[in-house]
Design a protein around this ligand. Structure first.
Ligand code: C2E
Ligand code: MG
Ligand code: MG
Length: 462
C-alpha cells in the first residue's frame, strides 16, 4: 500500500484505517457511530454495537511473536468483514486506554456497527454468524493451524445508550460478561435482552432436536371456491408439538428457524409431510384440489432449494401440478436475478406459485411483472376492513381486477364473516380461506371434517 499511494494519501489513510487489518480504525468507527446515533435520534431507527474479542489471543501473540499475531489479525478481519453487509461498519478498535470502561481490552478487539435493524434478532443473527465463521475452519499461523473462538458484547441503541460513549461502554460491559460467564458466546447488555438472547439459543437447540425427532405436525386449513363454496384445496400450516410447552404456532419458531438457518431442514420436513399426506388422501380418492405449502424467503435463497423440491416430489410421488408453494412478498421485494431464476425453475418443475400476504407490505402489482406467479393471496389486513370501509373494498376490488388481468387466480385470506364473503363474491375473488369457513386443524380432524372433498354446503349440512 505504501508503495502505491503518495506520502500524503498514505498518511490520510493511516488516520482512518487500521494498519494491520486494513479495516476502518477506532477514529472512523467513532465518527460513524456518532453519525448513526444522531440519525437514530432524528429518525427513530435502531441499531447495535457489537464488540468482538478473540479468546486466547494474547497467548497466541506471545507464543508466535507479534508478526504472526498481526498476520492472524489481518486474516480474522478479512473473514469477519466477509460475513457482514457492506453498509455495516466493521472496524478494529486497537487499544482503548482512553475509555476507562474499555481499558481492560487488549487491542485484539473488532467492532461492528449495525444500523437500521428492525429487531434484536438481527443482532443475534449477526453475532452468531460472526462466531460461527471464526470457528468454521482453523487459521494458519506459520506452520501451525490454530482454532480461534471469540466472545461478543452487544449494546442496542437507543435502549442501551444514545451516544458513542455509553454504547461502547455498555457493549464493553456485555463483552466482559460474555468473556467471564459464557466464553465463545455473545451477551447483550441489558438483563432482559440477555435473557431473550439466551431463550433464543435455547429454542434453537430445541428446534434442532425437534427436527431430528419429528416433532412438527401438519395442520391444514381448507380453501373454498368463493362462488358455490366447493372445496378448492388446503393450506398446510406448521405446528410444533413441544414436549413441555404444548402445541406452538409458527410465530414461536419460524423466526428462530430462519435466523439460525434451520428453516432449510425444517422446510424439507414440512414439504415432505404435506406431499405424503396429499398422496395418501388422493390414493384413497378423498382429496381433490391443490395443497399449498409456505416457504420462507431464506429457503428460496438456499442454493439447494430447487433440487430438494424436485427430490421430495420424486420421493413422495407427488404430482407437481397439485403442489402450490406460497412465498411472501419479501421474496419479491428483495428480487434479484437469482430469485427470479429460482422461481422460474420451480415453475418449470410444474408447480403452482402463490404470492402470500399481498397488501400487507409494500409490494405492488408492478413488482410481480415477469415473475411466474399463478396465484395471489390478499392479506387478512385488507379483508378485515372491507365491510366497514368503502375504500378498502375499492382497493380489494381493484387488486382482484388487476390480478385477473395479469392472469393470476385470487384467494382472499382471513375471511371471518358472511358479510366479507358476500363482498368478495361480488368483487370476483376466486377462492376464500378463513375462520368463517374453517380453522386450521390436524390432519386426522381435517380428513374427518372436510374429506371427501364434496364442498362446504354438504359438509356443514352433515
Ligand atoms: P400465512 O401463510 O399467511 O397463513 C395464514 C395464517 O392466518 C395462519 O396462521 C392461519 O391460521 C391464520 N388464519 C387463517 N384464517 C384466519 C382467520 O379467519 N382469522 C384469523 N385471525 N387468522 C386466520 P398461522 O398458522 O399462525 O401461520 C402464520 C404464518 O406462519 C403463515 O402465514 C406463514 O407465513 C407462516 N407459516 C406457517 N407454516 C409455515 C411453514 O410450514 N413454513 C414457513 N416457512 N412458514 C410457515
Ligand atoms: Mg400462506
Ligand atoms: Mg398469508
Amino acid at each position: 500500500l505504501r508503495n502505491t499511494l503518495s506520502a500524503k494519501a498514505y498518511r490520510d489513510r493511516l488516520a482512518y484505517f487500521d494498519r494491520v487489518t486494513g479495516l476502518p480504525n477506532r477514529r472512523m468507527f467513532i465518527d460513524r457511530l456518532d453519525w448513526a446515533c444522531r440519525h437514530a435520534k432524528r429518525f427513530g431507527d435502531r441499531g447495535a454495537v457489537l464488540l468482538l474479542d478473540l479468546d486466547r489471543f494474547r497467548q497466541i501473540n506471545e507464543a508466535f511473536g507479534p508478526n504472526a499475531g498481526d498476520t492472524l489479525l489481518h486474516e480474522v478481519g478479512e473473514r469477519l468483514a466477509a460475513c457482514v453487509r457492506e453498509t455495516d461498519a466493521m472496524a478494529r478498535l486497537g487499544r482503548m486506554g482512553s475509555i476507562p470502561s474499555l481499558s481492560h481490552l487488549g487491542g485484539d478487539e473488532f467492532s461492528l456497527l449495525l444500523t437500521q435493524i428492525d429487531c434484536d434478532e438481527n443482532a443475534v443473527a449477526v453475532s452468531t454468524r460472526l462466531l460461527d465463521c471464526l470457528r468454521s475452519k482453523p487459521f494458519k499461523v506459520g506452520n501451525s493451524e490454530i482454532s480461534l473462538s471469540a466472545s461478543i458484547g452487544v449494546s442496542v441503541f437507543p435502549e442501551n445508550g444514545k451516544d458513542v460513549d455509553s454504547l461502547l461502554k455498555n457493549a464493553g460491559v456485555a463483552l466482559r460478561h460474555a468473556k467471564e460467564e459464557r466464553r465463545g458466546q455473545f451477551a447483550f447488555f441489558s438483563r432482559e435482552l440477555n435473557a431473550r438472547a439466551l431463550q433464543r439459543l435455547n429454542i434453537e437447540n430445541e428446534l434442532r432436536r425437534a427436527i431430528e425427532n419429528n416433532e412438527f405436525r401438519l395442520h391444514l386449513q381448507p380453501k373454498f371456491h368463493t362462488s358455490g363454496r366447493a372445496f378448492a384445496g388446503a393450506e398446510a400450516l406448521a405446528r410444533w408439538q413441544h414436549p413441555d410447552r404444548g402445541l406452538l404456532g409458527p410465530m414461536d419458531f419460524i423466526p428462530v428457524a430462519e435466523s439460525s438457518g434451520l428453516i432449510v431442514s425444517f422446510g424439507e420436513k414440512i414439504l415432505t409431510s404435506a406431499c405424503t399426506q396429499f398422496v395418501e388422501w388422493t390414493s384413497r380418492g378423498l382429496y381433490q384440489g391443490r395443497i399449498s405449502v409456505n416457504v420462507s424467503a431464506l429457503q428460496i435463497r438456499d442454493p439447494g432449494f430447487v433440487d430438494s423440491v424436485a427430490r421430495i416430489l420424486a420421493q413422495t410421488r407427488m404430482p407437481p401440478g397439485s403442489l402450490c408453494l406460497e412465498v411472501t412478498e419479501s421474496v419479491i421485494l428483495q428480487r434479484t436475478s437469482e430469485t427470479s431464476k429460482v422461481l422460474q425453475q420451480l415453475h418449470e418443475l410444474g408447480l403452482w406459485l402463490s404470492i402470500d400476504d399481498f397488501g400487507a407490505g409494500f409490494t405492488s402489482l408492478g413488482h410481480l411483472k415477469g415473475l411466474p406467479f399463478d396465484e395471489l393471496k390478499i392479506d387478512k389486513s385488507l379483508i378485515d376492513s372491507i365491510e366497514k370501509e368503502p375504500r378498502s373494498r375499492a382497493i380489494v376490488s381493484a387488486v382482484i381486477a388487476l390480478a385477473h388481468h395479469l392472469g393470476h387466480r385470487v384467494v382472499a385470506e382471513g375471511v371471518e364473516t358472511a358479510g366479507q364473503h358476500a363482498i368478495l363474491l361480488e368483487s370476483g375473488s376466486d377462492e376464500c380461506q378463513g375462520y368463517f369457513f374453517g380453522k386450521p386443524v390436524a390432519a386426522p380432524e381435517f380428513e374427518a371434517r372436510w374429506l371427501p372433498a364434496n364442498g362446504l354446503e354438504k359438509k356443514s349440512a352433515a
